[in-house]
Design a protein around this ligand. Structure first.
Ligand code: PLP
Length: 448
């Protein structure tokens, strides 16, 4: 069957973010057929520790019968009805109340979508609508950061700062500006992290002043950048961003698609980092990836204006899908019942970060960084100058070795990144670190 699947895949399936030619030249697709806990099984029966929780989403781990049952029950009762116009079903309403309880203070209402991209698209629509309602129609421009990933639709990819995505589709659309990310290791040469954090925040202020505050609608950022390389900003960064947004009446949007639902040891990273967003997007961990669902939490100032503002002409067929919302409610119940957030905060988060710190003695490791169960290892040729191997050769060799040896990790530019399920045990962390170290050894041996 593996051979048949590979052939069907080669002929008919277009993979996201994949060089198809290289994929099939290198032996074709790895087909994952089963998973349990933190382990994946492929069609050739290899067991792989999933250091990425799928795509940063399977927070409660695989094989949760309760989630399957919640979906089954809701499908039998009412598989679908919409939330358009003046109707709804119970699960999105109950979930909305729960999300308001868990979200950072002041975010009390939610607009649903099915993906992070959709919710970030909704941000663009809703923010512009809001400023129109406020009589400030010129406030249209969004500021975000280079390297940021906010999704793949045209508006969310415009919010994002990935040049490879922009090039292929004539993006960003007009009205999207990008500034330096708070990435000390690459952008902070010669500066201490605290001063660099202020400098990176000042790049936002400078951009607002350059464009004129009357033109700038919002600033969007992930509290900790994920797909951009798990970039943890210096402590001085977010307080400055908060001050700047307030001073110029620029809305502050937190993209918590990765960092939400316990990833860093709090429900949302904004709570850990003291960020008070006007809006916040979430997806992935909201259902632990068992079904597609996303949400945009909206602060009272904007939600109140929206309620007074007539129709909001925006929505998706699956906004508030009852089955996805029923699964989200059960998923949140599991996170609460099993104390997964406290476990990340007090036990496994610090343990993973210690494990990563133990890798800094390796000749390839320039920096390690992370928070909770998010981590990154930056690979360099020269620790003093931060020189890298060309074409990300070190991280690619390391990643390939890890996967071959039973650990699914991702490589971003010269970094190895990780985001395992929140149920990961300490012994699984030991295993992750040990395979990662052997991957570093293999890369060093290959590249010299
Ligand atoms: N925002 C962030 C921070 C993400 O990491 C992602 C996906 O990885 C998205 C938005 C887009 O979410 P989706 O893939 O569900 O559209």
């Amino acid at each position: 069957t593996t051979t048949v699947w590979k052939e069907q895949d080669r002929r008919h399936h277009i993979h996201p973010f994949t060089d198809s030619k290289a994929l099939h030249a290198e032996g074709g697709t790895r087909i994952i057929t089963k998973a349990q806990g933190c382990y994946l099984t492929d069609s050739e029966d290899h067991q792989i520790l999933d250091g990425m929780a799928g795509l940063w989403c399977v927070n409660v781990g695989y094989g949760r019968q309760e989630l399957a049952e919640a979906a089954y029950k809701q499908m039998q009762e009412l598989p679908y009805y919409n939330t358009f116009f003046k109707t709804a079903t119970p699960p999105p309403i109950e979930l909305a109340e729960k999300l308001a309880e868990l979200a950072p203070e002041g975010l009390n209402r939610v607009f649903y979508g099915s993906s992070g991209s959709e919710s970030n698209d909704t941000v663009v629509r809703l923010v512009r609508h809001f400023w129109n309602l406020m009589g400030k129609p010129d406030k249209k421009v969004f500021i975000s950061r280079e390297h940021a990933y906010h999704g793949s639709t045209c508006a969310s990819a415009s919010l994002g700062g990935m040049t490879a995505m922009h090039k292929q589709a004539d993006l960003p659309l007009p009205g999207f500006e990008h500034v330096m990310p708070p990435y000390w290791y690459d952008f902070g040469a010669g500066m201490d992290p605290a001063s660099f954090g202020k400098k990176a925040a000042k790049a936002v202020e400078d951009k607002i002043l350059e464009l004129g505050a009357d033109k700038v609608a919002a600033f969007i950022g992930e509290p900790i950048m994920g797909a951009g390389g798990v970039i943890v900003p210096p402590e001085t960064y977010w307080p400055e961003i908060q001050r700047i947004c307030k001073q110029y009446d620029v809305l502050l949007i937190a993209d918590e698609v990765i960092s939400g639902f316990g990833r860093v040891g709090t429900w949302f990273a904004s709570q850990k980092l003291g960020i008070k967003p006007d809006m916040m997007t979430m997806a992935k961990g909201i259902t632990s990836g068992y079904l597609p669902l996303s949400g945009l939490m909206v602060g009272d100032r904007i939600a109140d204006a929206l309620s007074e503002g007539g129709d909001f002409n925006h929505g998706y067929t699956y906004s508030g899908h009852p089955v996805a919302c029923a699964v989200a409610l059960k998923n949140i119940e599991i996170i609460e019942r099993e104390g997964l957030i406290e476990r990340v905060r007090d036990e496994t988060g610090p343990y993973l970060q210690e494990g990563l710190a133990s890798l800094v003695d390796h000749p390839l490791v320039g920096e390690v960084r992370g928070m909770g169960l998010l981590g990154a290892v930056e690979l360099v040729k020269d620790k003093d100058t931060h020189e890298r191997y060309p074409n990300n050769q070190a991280s690619i060799a390391c990643r390939d070795h890890c996967i071959k040896n039973g650990l699914m990790l991702r490589q971003v530019r010269d970094g190895m990144i990780m985001s395992p399920p929140l149920i990961l045990t300490k012994s699984e962390i030991d295993k992750l670190i040990s395979i990662l170290r052997s991957g570093l050894d293999a890369a060093k041996a290959k590249l010299g």
